[in-house]
Design a protein around this ligand. Structure first.
Ligand code: DAH
Length: 355
């Protein structure tokens, strides 16, 4: 018996040398341990042995099993290292090489949606503005009426850039990745000359748990109109017109009261879900976009808080304004019938080639 084990070990070591790829090694392991039962067969004979013999053979057999596993694993690591070494030697990146682009005529669905939104807003005489992605705390929070320790800050899970945020006395010294496009409202209002009518599409960042509707970076579109005598009806008309043009004529909007420190009053605006076309009874099993409610939360809005106007030096007695924010990702998902906005960030050609 011991001799059989010894021969098996010898044969194993000889064969091990011939293994050239990681896949072969995996198969070899299966072969020796489980598949063709080379070792198991020997172990089966154990039961015919006397107790004395078993005591003698068992530890050796067990040790052989462990030896086989260990050796094959070592071989796998060795082969892997060799493969990487070869790649390192053979593959060189020539940054001066001429690049022949293929499939470049596809625009990303998020770009298409942003451009569409810009077009629609420009036709309503809005100007397109931009702002930095690295923002300071003052503009991202304080001047939007969200002071430190305000519970509303929890809504905007923040990626801070400044190392030790408590060591900096001034809020404008503390840097972060902007959590929304709203700070550009303040940047624009600080340049105030006369009337504002802008949109700001851009990338924002949040420390989020990812799911079908949340990703830790996404795109928003901010809107701000400051004029004399602006009121809620102007806002409602604007959003209704834009959404109907962007999605389809029958799109409906639903305003729900909400709280945002920089608008007063505030609303969350839902749009009838295009994925299940409002016929959610029929599709309810599939629609992860609207969580089977028939409505998707796409916009936030309402009148700019008088405090915010005062802080930037605009007289709230004469001027009023409305502001709104949209999630471009969710709008793109709605427009193109993609049921998870996370897919936009996976770089899958299968998706992008459809546009
Ligand atoms: N900035 C808010 C957010 O990211 C969205 C928002 C709410 C924007 C109300 C607005 C507004 O302009 O008026 O959650």
């Amino acid at each position: 018996m011991l001799e059989k084990l010894y021969n098996l070990r010898k044969e194993f070591l000889e064969n091990l040398e011939n293994i050239q790829t990681e896949l072969e090694a995996e198969n070899f392991k299966k072969d020796y341990l489980w598949k063709s039962w080379k070792l198991s067969e020997i172990l089966k004979w154990l039961k015919d042995l006397s107790n004395e013999e078993k005591k003698e053979v068992w530890p050796t057999a067990n040790e052989l099993k462990n030896f086989i596993i260990e050796q094959i694993d070592k071989r796998i690591v060795f082969l892997e290292d060799k493969r990487f070494e070869k790649i390192e030697q053979e593959e060189k990146i020539d940054v001066t090489a001429e690049f022949k682009a293929e499939n470049t005529w596809h625009k990303h669905p998020l770009s298409i949606t942003t451009e569409l939104l810009e077009e629609i807003f420009i036709s309503l005489w809005f100007k397109v503005e931009d702002g930095p992605q690295v923002e300071n705390e003052t503009l991202n929070f304080d001047m939007l009426n969200i002071p430190a320790n305000h519970p509303a800050r929890d809504v905007w899970d923040t990626f801070w850039i400044t190392d030790d945020i408590n060591n900096f006395k001034e809020a404008w010294e503390k840097l972060l990745l902007r959590t929304h496009t709203s700070p550009v409202q303040i940047r624009e209002m600080l340049k105030w000359e006369k009337n504002i009518k802008i949109i700001v599409p851009g990338r924002v960042f949040r420390y989020e748990q990812e799911d079908a509707r949340h990703t830790c970076n996404f795109y928003q579109l901010e809107g701000l109109v400051i004029w004399k005598w602006i009121n809620f009806w102007d806002l409602k008309w604007t959003l209704n017109t834009v959404m109907k043009k962007l999605l389809w004529e029958k799109t409906e909007l639903r305003f729900r009261p909400s709280i945002f420190p920089f608008t007063e009053p505030s609303a969350e605006v839902d749009v009838s879900c295009q994925i299940c076309s409002g016929t959610w009874e029929k599709w309810w099993k599939k629609c992860s976009m609207c969580s089977w409610s028939g409505w998707v939360e796409l916009l936030w809005a309402w009148m700019v808080h008088p405090k915010v106007l005062l802080w930037v030096g605009i007289d709230p007695e004469t001027y009023s304004g409305f502001a709104f924010g949209m999630w471009i990702d969710r709008i793109a998902a709605q427009r193109f019938g993609v049921n998870s906005s996370r897919m936009f960030y996976q770089g899958k050609l299968k998706l992008n080639e459809q546009f």
